[in-house]
Design a binder for this molecule. Sequence first.
Ligand code: 5GP
Ligand code: MG
Length: 179
Amino acid sequence: MMDKTLKTLIGSEDLTKEIKNLADRINAYYAEKYSLNEELTIVCVLKGAVMFFTELSKHLKMPLRMEFVSLSSYGAGEKSSGKVSALSLSLPPLENKNVLVVEDIMDTGLTLKFLLDFIKTKCKANDVKLAVMCDKKCARKYDISPDFYAIDVDDKFIVGFGLDYNELYRNLPYIGYFE
Ligand code: 5GP
Ligand code: MG
């Protein structure tokens, strides 16, 4: 991997513009269905979603509670392990709360199916929605899709803006891939 060249898929400016557009759509949904005065709990799926979570939340207009969970389905490398490990899943009481789960990328859909089921059934939250930075639709294996997403990606392994390869490259301000 290291001997391949890192190419840009989406530059930093375009990416932050798309995230701002996404925030506008999310604001519009909550403004219409509830009110922008009503609180929203946003749940960041660590570590990958961290940059997207902070960028997105800057543009959300409702009072936010920020929560963090840590899940992993990849392990090292480029292939999904096919099972989810919950490294840390402690959340405050979410009964009757509106919750927006924020994740870096939806690939097979396994991680988010697991987390959304957990928040809906165990936490008894009211309205649970899902926002992802990248939607890799072609890799989907589970019956789930994001309510909101910023960009479509095809079947490439991407890095940057939170996404890693063996824990590296999360700090890139753009999304890239190796060629
Ligand atoms: P899923 O459970 O949907 O198969 O996998 C989702 C998780 O796998 C993501 O949260 C992310 O951590 C990782 N993942 C999936 N595709 C990619 C990719 O193209 N690049 C990176 N760096 N991670 C990915
Ligand atoms: Mg992840």
